[in-house]
Design a binder for this molecule. Structure first.
Ligand SMILES: C[S@@+](CC[C@H](N)C(=O)[O-])C[C@H]1O[C@@H](n2cnc3c(N)ncnc32)[C@H](O)[C@@H]1O
Length: 201
């Protein structure tokens, strides 16, 4: 069977087994994966991906020039984790929930998330975002897509964690179309704008 058919068959099987964890009918399109990876490049340093599934966004991150040794994937599903290990030589695959990323060394340049955040209860959203911001370096972004009309993170959680949200691009070439959002620490965003204002004086 061709690799793409295998991938779709595995995705469909795991969707039937774990509908709540996967929450998507098909993997992300190439257009959405490329848009999600736009924030990163060889200069980003270490990158973490949450919920890579079959690796559509992983491939786009590597295509941006991130070194395989700089990329760590947190995937809860053991079947997807095995596939990712086979597919992406040199990339570290952690078969654990995204919350476990809190134990990584700090200084991460970006967290790219394909998690179904919108369908998670606020307490879990809070744990996941707190784990990401425990390791992200100042000014670095947490990138998340959603099929919903509103930002995917509960607003009370966003305020509690003192995050700013910026809407990114809308990707129509995806089933269903998706919007990308970038989250950063509000204090970092504020410090950056002050810095920019000073440099303009
Ligand atoms: C909607 S699929 C997205 C797959 C892939 N990123 C894509 O865009 O095609 C969501 C993925 O997140 C994984 N997942 C769900 N909850 C998770 C968690 N708490 N930690 C890590 N992975 C999780 C699922 O197993 C699944 O692979």
């Amino acid at each position: 069977m061709p690799a793409r058919t295998n991938e779709l068959a595995l995705f469909a099987r795991e969707l039937l087994r774990n509908p709540r964890d996967i929450s998507a009918a098909v993997p992300s399109s190439r257009a959405l994966a490329a848009a999600m990876a736009r924030e990163v490049g060889p200069q980003t340093g270490r990158v973490i991906e949450f919920g890579p599934g079959t690796g559509r966004i992983t491939r786009a991150i590597l295509a941006r020039g991130v070194a395989p040794g700089d990329l760590t994937l947190f995937e809860m599903n053991p079947e997807f984790s095995r596939l990712l290990e086979d597919r992406f030589t040199g990339v570290r695959v952690v078969n654990a929930p995204a919350q476990a990323a809190a134990a990584e060394a700090p200084g991460v340049g970006a967290v790219i998330s394909g998690l179904p955040l919108l369908s998670m209860p606020p307490a879990i959203q809070s744990e996941i975002l707190a784990a990401a911001f425990a390791v992200l370096r100042p000014g670095a972004a947490y990138v998340q897509f959603t099929y919903g009309r509103r930002p995917p993170l509960d607003d009370a959680v966003r305020r509690e964690l003192r995050l700013e949200v910026t809407p990114g691009s809308k990707v129509w070439q995806n089933l269903p179309p998706a919007r990308i959002y970038l989250y950063r620490r509000a204090d970092d965003v504020c410090a950056n704008s002050q810095q920019e204002a000073i440099s303009r004086l």
